[in-house]
Structure formats: C-alpha cells, structure tokens
Write a protein that binds this ligand. Structure first.
Ligand SMILES: Nc1nc2c(ncn2[C@@H]2O[C@H](COP(=O)(O)OP(=O)(O)OP(=O)(O)O)[C@@H](O)[C@H]2O)c(=O)[nH]1
Ligand SMILES: [Mg+2]
Length: 275
C-alpha cells in the first residue's frame, strides 16, 4: 500500500506552507514524507519536490501559447488536464515504492475541488497506483470567526467532500494569527454546534438571516444530524498541533497499521516455548 494526502483549498489558505511544515516535522521524527507540487503556477515553496508539474507544463505555457490564449484560471485547469493526459509521466516520476508517503500540494482554485472532474480523475489514477488517500482541505481560520463565514466555509468543505468522495479532514490554518477573542469565538464552532451558530446569526440581525432563517436552521441541522463536518485547528508554531493533525490523518489512511501488526506477531510469545 502507498499513502497520500491531497492538500486542497482556496487560494492562499496555507497549502504549500502546510506541506513544508509536514515534511520538516517528518524529518524531525525520523519519517520520510515527500511532496509533489501539482501547482503549475507556483513560484516559490520551501520544500524540495519529488515531482514538479512545472517540469511537464507551466501555467505560462498555457497563457502565452498563441493558439490557446488562456487566462490564469482556464490555464490552470488546462495544465491539470494536460497532466491527466500524461498520467504515464506522473506514474513514472512517482516510481513504485511500497509504503511511501506523499503529500500533494495542489493549486488554490476552489472549482477544481468543488465541481470540475479533473481532480477526481487524478484521484482515480492515484488509487489505481495503490495510493490510499486522505483529502486535507485547508481553510484560513481568519475567515471562520463569525457565524455566516463559518457556514460558508462549511458549505465549501461539504462541496469538496461530495465531489471527491474520499476520506476527508478539514484543517483551520494560521491559528497563530488569531487574537485571543477571535480564538474564543472560533472555539465555539470547532465541533460545530448549530445552536451556537444559529444564535450568532440571529444576533447579527443581517437581512439575509431575517429572510432565510429557516434555511440556515436546516443547514445547521443537517450538519449536526450527520456529524458531517469537523474542523481541526493547526498552529504551525506548535509541534503538538502538527503532530495531532498528522496522527489524525495517519489513522484515517491506516498508515503504519501493517507495521504494528508485524511487531505484535513478532513479540507474541509462542505457547510451545512453555513446554
Ligand atoms: N502566520 C502564518 N502564516 C501562514 C501560515 N500558513 C501560510 N501562511 C502565509 O500565508 C501566505 C499563503 O501561504 P501559502 O502556503 O503559499 O498558501 P497556498 O494555499 O499554498 O497558496 P496558493 O498556492 O497560492 O493557493 C504566505 O504568505 C504564508 O507565509 C500559518 O500557519 N501562519
Ligand atoms: Mg501553494
């Protein structure tokens, strides 16, 4: 089995920073985690990628081509479709290493994850190559500190879950930037309690809420009844916080379980030894 995290989320939410944080954390704890850059427009990141989509196609190739003449957004989709058409290239670059662990740093265009088919097709390819995958959806905690924003972030997370149909973890990034009062406000939502959320929306007295109170309420109930969405806070300045996220994801993709079983077998006393 091979293991993968698909790191997705809106522009600037902290995906690339998360990838380098995870790689450094792994190195410190004697693990090997590799990063694959899938962002054809990336200009800078703090890790050495195992594979870099820009070696196959760069966003500029799509935008500067006389015939294609793509803008930045269409160009990005075109680059990922090109990657899909060249799946053999990706497969070869990834190699065939049993038990490897790779985080995929994806572009910050939310449509790729909420409704376009290209990422889902990429996931199919990774699964064919034996990867067990967890989607890690990054969202900036600063955009989650009031009821309306939280609800909208939750809906975005849900769209990604529905479109990619994979085990899924939502991570609230940049926790180190929150003020104490914002952190307190956010704590109310971390295990989303629709009642707190609804009270908050009611207090906001927004025109939207007056008109659509029932809709908000219904969404809140769906979230609660199905335990659909949960958010994990990440403070990259605290080792424990990074460790918690990694452990959660490792459990989801069952990383290390085979190894555990082997150790247990080995340690098990042989009853015949007693004779
Ligand atoms: N303080 C703080 N800054 C962060 C954190 N994560 C990201 N940033 C900053 O936020 C900005 C965007 O971070 P990136 O990691 O490039 O975000 P991204 O999601 O990869 O962005 P795109 O690939 O452009 O969509 C950079 O200036 C980062 O330094 C964090 O946890 N704490
Ligand atoms: Mg990035």
């Amino acid at each position: 089995m091979r293991y993968a995290q698909l790191v997705v989320g809106p522009a600037g939410s902290g995906k690339s920073t998360y990838c380098s944080t995870i790689v450094n954390h792994a190195t410190d704890t004697n693990r090997v985690i590799e990063v694959v850059n899938l962002d054809p427009a990336a200009e800078h990141f703090d890790y050495q990628p195992l594979v870099d989509i820009r070696e196959l196609i760069h966003l500029d190739d799509a935008m500067e081509d006389e015939e294609l003449q793509f803008g930045p957004n269409g160009g990005l989709v075109f680059c990922l479709e090109t990657l899909l058409e060249n799946c053999d290239w990706l497969e070869e670059q990834l190699g065939d290493v049993d038990d490897d662990y790779i985080v995929f740093d994806c572009p910050g265009q939310i449509e790729l994850y909420t409704h376009l088919p290209v990422m889902r097709k990429l996931v199919d390819a990774l699964q064919r190559w034996n990867f067990r995958i967890c989607v890690v959806f990054m969202i900036d905690s600063q955009f989650m500190i009031d009821g309306a924003k939280f609800l909208s972030g939750t809906m975005a997370a849900l769209s990604v879950m529905v479109n990619l149909e994979l085990p899924h973890v939502n991570v609230l990034t940049k926790m180190d930037l929150l003020s104490k009062s914002a952190r307190k406000q956010l704590d109310n939502y971390l295990d989303p309690d629709p009642h707190i959320l609804l009270a908050d929306m009611r207090n906001s007295k927004s025109k939207w809420h007056e008109k659509y109170a029932k809709l908000t309420e219904a969404i809140g109930e769906v979230i609660e009844n199905f335990s659909l969405v949960r958010f994990y806070p990440l403070n990259i300045k605290e080792e424990e916080s990074i460790d918690n996220i990694l452990l959660t994801i490792d459990n989801i993709i069952q990383y290390g379980e085979d190894a555990d079983v082997k150790v247990k077998d080995f340690d098990e006393p042989d009853p015949e030894d007693d004779d």
